[in-house]
Ligand binder design. Structure first.
Ligand code: IDP
Ligand code: MG
Length: 196
């Protein structure tokens, strides 16, 4: 952690990734890019733990509502019919609850990933939130197909295999939420000396 470009980020294989046997594939894609696992564990999280993992502020919840609203607007689907509301905060609250239900059905694999620009690198490897819009070559683009149009009408979260922190603040909060300092390891990958 001595070089300024080296960052840590929090990554989690979600229950669908675990249930589909994709733990190894997901970790492989980060390791092959030159990122390093510095903490790792399988956990069956409680509702309370998952609820505290996701932000509770209105800005974040509205953004969650908007992700589905944008898709419904694109498809010309009536927001009231699809989500029961035209208010992005109300819609976001519903999605947040579905997300907590999804994240607690099976174990997850939580990890801390370290490396050059680790947050951005991991988000690129994972791909954007909506699997139907994720590019081929990303984890979500190669292994998932879900969309708000499919998920929201069934009152469930989008299944997109992986969670990855979006900002520095999110990464710091999430690492501390899932790992103690003793569970995070300082170690060197000798091959990285040939990479950067
Ligand atoms: P991210 O996982 O790409 O960072 P966020 O916007 O932080 O995406 O949303 C958290 C999670 O909420 C997503 O990964 C997805 O599982 C779920 N989600 C987001 N938008 C919707 C939606 O419109 N319907 C159902 N689930 C959603
Ligand atoms: Mg997010």
């Amino acid at each position: 952690m001595t070089r300024p470009a080296v960052e840590r980020t929090f990554v989690m294989v979600k229950p669908d990734g675990v249930q589909r046997g994709l733990i190894g594939e997901i970790i492989k894609r980060m390791e092959q890019r030159g990122l390093q696992v510095v903490a790792l564990k399988m956990v069956k999280p409680s509702v309370e733990h998952v609820s505290a993992h996701y932000p509770t502020d209105d800005v974040w919840i509205k953004r969650l509502g908007d992700k589905g609203f944008n898709v419904f607007n694109e498809l010309g689907i009536d927001l009231k019919k699809a989500m029961g509301t035209t208010d992005n905060l109300e819609a976001g609250k519903k999605v947040r609850q579905w997300l907590i239900d999804y994240m607690t059905v099976a174990p997850v694999v939580a990890m801390v990933i370290e490396g050059i620009h680790a947050r951005d690198m991991v988000r690129k490897i994972v791909g954007p939130t909506l699997p139907n819009k994720a590019e081929i070559g990303t984890i979500r683009g190669d292994y998932s197909v879900d969309s708000p149009a499919a998920a929201n009408v069934e009152k469930r979260s989008i299944k997109n295999l992986v969670h990855a922190s979006e900002t520095k603040e999110e990464a710091e909060k999430e690492i501390a939420h899932w790992f103690s300092a003793e569970e995070i390891h300082e170690w060197d990958r000798p091959d990285h000396k040939a990479m950067f």
